[in-house]
Ligand binder design. Structure first.
Ligand code: ASP
Length: 330
């Protein structure tokens, strides 16, 4: 009996603290955001993912009344950033943009420290970006047929840049090698921003990259474009044939993007982020800049948790078998 009172008092204190904690939490959610928000990008600055992130960060920040700061966390094809975000505080101050690497990494790595289907909250899809197979300006091959012959003659002497296992440049490059039945020397970078710089400088021979940065260089002849990864030619570069029409039947890689938050981020905060993302994607400036790079903003029903999560699940199921069949080595 002696213990009852202190026990009761302790319980009351715990319950009181709990109530205080939950009302503080409710207040924090209601007032969110009271400081800047970090938008994590899993690749180097100056690349395609970074560009889309920076493009949406400004209007999202305006919609939320706080700055959205881009933080580049490159390495291991995006899996370092995914791991970091999966362990970040779920308070709305960390959000994450990643592309289809979120779906392909599982098939490329033996074990991931996070689970794409359970370690995150889903905010919405963003945009779909086509890719182009590029070569350095002074590569002797002037078209895809000549490139095939050049690769067959030179094999592993030909170098191909990528942004690591989990990056779409790696996926595209290795699917390409698997279809040709060759193994080139693959050179990993922290993003295709630095990889493109080296392609322009002539330090690497080939790179499969998104259209985000590449169209001006293709147009002014500073890189060679051998084919797009789309079923139809791209309006911005109509003279570049698709890989599909040049013999690589069905070669299609459309790089979709999604915005995520750490698991457990409160729903009212997720709703606010989702509304800000929609607003950003509807801004005429963002629309125009994405259109100029042949990037398609997704329909607004896909800018939702349900739209992103179900697409991610579909893509895990699509790419897993393709990657395993292609026996992608590195
Ligand atoms: N999207 C990556 C980047 O921004 C590259 C990649 O996935 O290939 O660098």
């Amino acid at each position: 009996m002696k213990l009852r009172k202190p026990l009761f008092a302790a319980l009351a204190a715990v319950i009181g603290a709990g109530t205080l904690l939950s009302s503080n939490l409710a207040l924090a959610q209601k007032d969110w955001p009271t400081r800047s928000i970090q938008l994590v990008v899993p690749f180097a600055a100056g690349g395609p993912t970074d560009s889309i992130a920076r493009l949406i960060a400004v209007p999202m920040g305006q919609a939320l009344g706080q700055t959205v700061v881009v933080e580049n966390v490159p390495g291991a094809g995006g899996t370092i950033a995914s791991t970091k975000v999966s362990r970040a505080a779920p308070d709305g101050y960390t959000i994450y943009i990643h592309h289809m690497g979120m779906a392909t990494a599982q098939a490329l790595y033996e074990k991931l420290p996070y689970d794409p289907m359970t370690s995150f909250e889903y905010i919405g899809q963003v945009a779909d970006v086509p890719m182009v197979l590029l070569g350095k300006k002074d590569l002797p091959a002037n078209n895809f047929k000549e490139l095939e012959a050049y690769i067959k003659a030179n094999g592993a002497k030909v170098t191909m840049a990528n942004a690591g296992p989990g990056a779409v440049s790696q996926l595209c490059g290795l699917l390409f090698q698997s279809r040709l039945g060759v193994k080139l020397t693959n050179v990993p970078y922290k993003g295709t921003g630095p990889a493109l710089t080296d392609l322009l400088g002539g330090q690497v021979d080939l790179l499969c990259d998104q259209t985000t940065q590449t169209i001006p260089y293709i147009k002014d002849g500073r890189v060679k474009a051998y084919g797009t990864t789309t079923m139809k030619r791209l309006p911005a570069i109509p003279n570049v044939p698709t890989l599909n029409e040049q013999g690589l039947k069905g070669f299609e890689v459309k790089v979709w993007h999604g915005v995520y938050a750490p698991k457990g981020t409160p729903q009212p905060i997720l709703d606010k982020i989702n509304a800000a993302l929609k607003k950003a994607l509807n801004s005429p400036d963002v629309k125009k800049r994405l259109e100029d790079s042949n990037i398609d903003i997704v329909s607004m029903d896909k800018v939702s948790a349900k739209g992103l999560k179900s697409h991610l699940e579909t893509e895990i199921n699509v790419w897993g078998p393709v990657i395993r069949k292609a026996n992608i080595p590195d």
